[in-house]
Ligand binder design. Structure first.
Ligand SMILES: CC(=O)N[C@@H]([C@@H](O)[C@H](O)[C@H](O)CO)[C@@H](O)CC(=O)C(=O)O
Length: 310
């Protein structure tokens, strides 16, 4: 059984994997990155090797090293480190799950395999169960991201009876805009201590109303402080302030989405805001354009909730 750890809640930064200009992982900045999240953004939970971390573009050996670096550097500083161990190969996923347990991670998460796809809920559960069983002492999270995996099995359907199949199941990372599906997950499992982590940062306030217990996202790397203000306002039922925060965040995200936004651009923004070099993404992604960076730099300077380091 998973250890009855404190429920994962609040903000969880989906970490970027810093790289050198030559495309190798830049482990040397991870310690600094942890301090930045904790001290400047007030974010003490991380989600490693996910979409933002380019987990599926790394080799298994690299994924192990990255996971280890975050756990080591985060020790006594971070609350929880969740490692995404999803892969197309069940064996690789199990190896990563075992490794996460060995290094003392706080949880594992898995996406649906997306090349040879599970065609129904039972098949998907079978895959997830085999991965979870490789790390029987770690809380297990299902990472629902249908737009990227192409696996459209509804989360509500998946969660029905999941704990009987996967005893370590502890929550859902829901990276989709279907609030009916999300709401039903919360509604049907409210009596359990599951974590319901929303993954669409620009819509988090709506998900909080729907019962989200936390959020995992790329923008919490650099908008953590502002988003925490929104969580605090929501908590004290100051919905007007919470909405102001969400609109403020939306203005920025809307601006970058219009310019073309993804993992490459997240790396560029984080470099600008934190001053920590995140480097380029790995192929097939392309480095954010100079035009994007210049536009964002100007925008950051015009916003009072972000500071920009030249
Ligand atoms: C598709 C995608 O990358 N979604 C992001 C969001 O944080 C997203 O960047 C944000 O909502 C802006 O659209 C996260 O859900 C991804 C994430 O948590 C991860 O990197 O594992």
């Amino acid at each position: 059984m998973a250890s009855p750890k404190k429920r994962l809640q609040g903000l969880v930064a989906a970490t970027i994997t810093p790289m050198t200009e030559h495309g190798e992982i830049n482990f040397s900045v991870i310690g600094q990155y942890v301090d930045y999240l904790v001290e400047k953004q007030g974010v003490k939970n991380i989600f490693v090797n996910g979409t933002t971390g380019e987990g599926l573009s790394l080799s298994v050996s690299e994924r192990r090293q990255v996971a280890e670096a975050w756990v080591t550097k985060g020790r006594n500083k971070l609350d929880q480190v969740v490692i995404h161990v999803g892969a197309l190969s069940l064996k690789e996923s199990q190896e990563l799950a075992r490794h996460a347990a060995e290094i003392g991670a706080d949880g594992i998460a898995v996406i649906a395999p997306f090349f040879l796809k599970p065609w129904n809920k039972d098949v998907l559960i079978n895959f997830l169960r085999e991965v979870a069983a490789a790390a029987p002492a770690l809380p297990f999270y299902y990472y629902h991201v249908p737009a990227l995996t192409g696996v459209k099995i509804r989360a509500e359907e998946l969660l029905d009876g999941i704990q009987e199949k996967i005893p370590t199941f502890q929550g859902l990372k829901f990276s989709d805009t279907d609030l009916l599906d999300f709401g039903q997950c919360v509604d049907q499992h409210r009596q359990r201590q599951f974590a319901f982590l929303f993954g669409v940062d620009e819509q988090l306030l709506s998900a909080l109303v729907m019962g989200a217990t936390g959020a995992v996202g790329s923008t919490y790397n650099y908008l953590g402080k502002k988003t925490n203000q929104m969580l605090e306002a929501f908590e004290r039922k100051d919905f007007s302030s919470a909405l102001n925060c969400q609109f403020c965040i939306q203005r920025f995200i809307n601006f970058v989405i219009k310019l073309g936004f993804g993992v490459s651009q997240t790396k560029a923004i984080m470099t600008l805001v934190s001053g920590i070099p995140m480097g380029p993404p790995r192929l097939p992604l392309q480095k954010a354009s100079r035009e994007f960076t210049d536009n964002v730099k100007a925008k950051l300077k015009s916003l009072d909730f972000l500071s920009c380091t030249d």
